[in-house]
Write a protein that binds this ligand. Structure first.
Ligand code: ZN
Length: 467
């Protein structure tokens, strides 16, 4: 009896343990159907089927490699010590670096196994490599290693990073190592003679020193003084490996801008600035007398894209521009007096002088989320028993609303699709799908009226004061 219950208990515990282990690594894909795959491996990996390389990332001669593998039967990268959240952070950071390319950064092992051998990279994030030479641990001076230019062959298309504490450090390091696999060399300096360029106050190139974290970390084009080599990172990744950039997501000119529609009084869209001459243009219809708020944000702390946000008037004249100094986001809040179309432009920009203290727009590329909302700015006062025609929304003049108050009753008429009435606490107290909204009893002195035109989804908001 006792034995049996112990068995049941074990049976109950074991699936839980297994489950917990499986759940540790979330399944993440940055660009699911892309032809090239970077697999971030967190659960350890044997190195028996891979070629081995020396301290400079060059493949060892076959004989040496054989001897090394005979001496190190369990040659492997150990599993990482990062938890689920930290794994997500690492994936997010690597995803930002590779989002401009037609590459999927994934944690899905099954996808990696299925993918063509010559179009994938195995990027291991672990804690150590079990490698002994002459009875001593292999000297790992730095914790990241890669088989340089190894992409295209499953035996050499791999790298590892062995950072334990900070997930951003691990991400920064593995991104750099993957860069090597695609054929990139280090960004160093000739005077002083240094293998790794440290960057400036808030900036460093990805192929510079791997272990320091800066707010802006980008692909580089050797634009700093005393660069040890001329290397156009993005071009090397593309040309050396027959990899493509992603397709442009949004129009590049004001006159072809994509119209965004407001749901209630908010609009939101995600995008990617994928090359230095990529601009994303959007147009919005904004009602009169509102406070318009536009926010374009990149990654919160560390990222590649430095956003400049511009707002243009209906007549296409620049109205406002925002490019905050120490943030990956930009924000414009402004009063709109005239209803009409307005244009929003998103661009990746540089900062300072790339030779001595900053960076150009070369690597200022990455993901953003654009959020736009507006709130009414004006109170509309109605005395009792008055008809109040609101200004026409469109040129045709068919969206005129009338508001009529009779003692304790309120009637709102208009050729609109929806009329919604809220009290000032935000509670909806009236809704009409047709042309008329009638309230038998008015309980408050002021209401907020929201209406949408019949042909589009443009929303107008008004505050009605009844006293
Ligand atoms: Zn390196």
């Amino acid at each position: 009896m006792k034995k049996q219950s112990l068995k049941i208990l074990l049976a109950l515990i074991c699936p839980l343990i297994n489950n917990a282990q499986n759940k540790l690594i979330p399944l993440l894909n940055s660009n699911k159907n892309a032809p090239v795959l970077i697999y971030l491996d967190f659960d350890g990996e044997p190195l028996t089927d891979t070629t081995f390389f020396d301290n400079l990332g060059k493949a060892l001669p076959e004989k040496e490699e054989k001897e090394l593998k005979i001496k190190n039967k369990n040659l492997s990268v150990s599993p990482s010590s990062f938890n689920t959240n930290q794994i997500k952070q690492i994936w997010e950071r690597v995803k930002e670096d590779y989002c401009i390319f037609n590459i999927n950064v994934t944690t899905d092992r099954k996808l990696f196994d299925k993918h063509p051998d010559n179009k994938k990279v195995l990027a291991m994030i672990g804690t150590e490599v079990n490698l002994f030479i002459g009875g001593k641990p292999f000297p790992l001076f730095e914790s990241g290693r890669a088989s340089i230019d190894g992409y295209g062959n499953i035996r050499s298309s791999y790298c590892w990073s062995l950072y334990k504490g900070d997930p951003i450090l691990a991400a920064t390091s593995i991104t750099h190592e993957i860069g090597h696999v695609f054929g990139l060399l280090h960004n160093g300096t000739i005077n002083p003679d240094r293998e790794y360029f440290k960057g400036f106050a808030n900036y460093k190139p990805i192929m510079g020193r791997g272990i320091n974290i800066k707010r802006v970390m980008q692909w580089g084009n050797s634009e700093y003084d005393n660069a040890n080599r001329q290397q156009d990172d993005i071009n090397v990744i593309l040309k050396n490996n027959n990899i493509k950039l992603i397709k442009d997501d949004y129009p590049n000119t004001l006159s072809s801008a994509l119209e965004l529609f407001f749901e209630s009084d908010k609009a939101e869209i995600k995008g990617i600035i994928h090359q230095r001459n990529d601009f994303d243009f959007f147009k919005i219809f904004v009602p009169e007398n509102v406070i318009l708020n536009i926010e374009a944000s990149g990654p919160k702390k560390y990222g590649n894209l430095d956003i400049q946000l511009d707002l243009f008037k209906s007549n296409k004249e620049l109205m406002e521009s925002a490019d905050p100094k120490d943030k990956h986001s930009a924000n414009i809040t402004t009063k709109i007096e005239t209803a009409g179309y307005y244009y929003v432009k998103i661009d990746g920009v540089g900062k300072g002088n790339p030779a001595v203290n900053g960076y150009s727009d070369y690597g200022s590329l990455g993901q953003y989320t654009l959020k736009i909302d507006f709130r009414m700015n004006e109170e509309m006062t109605l005395s009792s028993n008055t008809h109040m025609p609101l200004k026409s929304l469109q040129n045709e003049g068919k969206d005129v609303l009338t508001i009529h108050r009779e003692e304790k009753e309120l009637t709102i008429k208009g050729k609109t699709n929806y009329i919604k009435l809220y009290d000032l606490s935000g509670k909806r107290i009236g809704f009409s799908k047709g042309q008329l909204l009638h309230l038998d009893t008015i309980n408050a002195d002021a209401y907020i009226l929201v209406y949408e035109t019949s042909t589009t989804n443009k929303v107008m908001i008004k505050k009605i004061l009844l006293k």
